[in-house]
Design a protein around this ligand. Structure first.
Ligand SMILES: NC(=O)c1ccc[n+]([C@@H]2O[C@H](COP(=O)([O-])OP(=O)(O)OC[C@H]3O[C@@H](n4cnc5c(N)ncnc54)[C@H](O)[C@@H]3O)[C@@H](O)[C@H]2O)c1
Length: 322
């Protein structure tokens, strides 16, 4: 039993709910905050919350972190795991940039300020592979120059820089984890893997952006949760640390992913072809040597096994909503 308290922001989301479940399993008390934004169907967020509510040690606060008293939330927390944010590359252009700025930058600054005052033991920040843009090499190392090519990536890098500067100036013990395309049971419905499996299961067309040659480093949700817990607990991690959290393969093309899903579901998804979208890099790929060194973390679930587990979850989801 840990007996410690974690503040998990974005607790109704994909990664937040899975992280909170693991912390409760490990004996943590969890204060979870979420304002249930309408970025995707709030029904999925409520279903995520339902797996937590009623469990010993869990308390939920429906609050918007951009306006609520974050000091009151952070006070008493041993660790803050900050997963709240506005995700998604493609929606971050144009007028919708404003919520990205607010939820990814302003909210992060408010929480860091509160963490500085409260003196938490660890502050884990959900960064993204999107900070790299068209990376200078693959697999990409944390020391390679981040140069986002989407407004989303700029806001995630902004949050990460804030975490580093609160560490450098005030010693706030931040660890930023650059997640590479997270997938598995619970995945957000706007993500390509979710749409692809859904299309195969339902016989509806899958919108493929680009020619299918884009390479992604997929990271299984259980591995991301494990990285979050290690980042929150591992002693001796230098404040301001930044780590890649990637799936450990050399990456897989969308065409190959389509084939794996077709084999798993038993039906080839119908493709509806579109131009590549601005902001989507041609390739992502993580060098995870530093996460192994600093956190003792290695990914454990490969993309084929992960797709099987996500497809089983989506089959169940469709059977209960049919
Ligand atoms: N899923 C991925 O592949 C991935 C990859 C890289 C980084 N990330 C980052 O990880 C984090 C979690 O991603 P996810 O996929 O679980 O997304 P998600 O949308 O499922 O979860 C984020 C949650 O944050 C909540 N939220 C947003 N703004 C808030 C605010 N102002 N106050 C309170 N709650 C707020 C939302 O309602 C949502 O439930 C995000 O910060 C995202 O940028 C995700």
């Amino acid at each position: 039993m840990s007996g410690q308290t974690a503040l998990v922001t974005g607790v109704a989301g994909f990664i937040g709910s899975a992280t909170a479940r693991r912390l409760l399993d490990d004996g943590w008390r969890v204060v979870g905050v979420d304002c249930l934004t309408d970025y995707y169907d709030a029904a999925q967020k409520r279903a995520n919350l339902a797996t937590l509510e009623g469990r010993d040690g869990f308390a939920f606060r429906q609050d918007d972190l951009a306006i609520t008293d974050v000091g009151g939330l952070v006070d008493g927390a041993d660790a803050v795991i900050h997963l709240a944010g506005q995700p998604g590359v493609r929606a971050s252009w144009g007028a919708s940039f404003a919520p990205y700025l607010e939820m990814n930058v302003l909210v992060t600054q408010r929480l860091l300020e509160a963490a500085r005052v409260a003196g938490v033991d660890r502050f884990v920040y959900a960064s993204s592979s999107s900070v790299y843009g068209r990376a200078e090499r693959y697999p990409t190392r944390e020391t390679d120059l981040p140069a986002p090519i989407s407004p989303y990536g700029v806001t995630k890098l902004g949050g990460e820089h804030l975490a580093r500067l609160y560490a450098a100036n005030f010693g706030v013990p931040t660890v930023s984890l650059r997640y590479f395309t997270v997938f598995g049971p619970g995945q957000r419905p706007d993500m390509a893997m979710h749409k692809l499996i859904r299309s195969a299961l339902m016989g509806t067309p899958f919108p493929l952006y680009g020619d299918g040659s884009a390479v992604r480093d997929f990271t299984f949700i259980g591995d991301v949760v494990d990285a979050n817990v290690r980042a929150a607990t591992r002693p001796g991690v230098e404040p301001g640390t930044v780590l890649n959290i990637g799936g450990g393969s050399d990456g897989i093309t969308m065409r190959e992913v389509i084939d794996v899903v077709a084999r798993e579901v038993g039906v080839a998804p119908r493709l509806e072809r579109h131009k590549a979208m601005p902001g989507d890099p041609a390739r992502t790929g993580a060098d995870t040597a530093r996460a192994r060194e600093v956190l003792g973390w290695v990914p454990g679930t490969d993309v084929v096994e992960g797709i099987a587990r996500q497809a089983a979850w989506q089959r169940h989801l469709l059977s209960v909503t049919a």
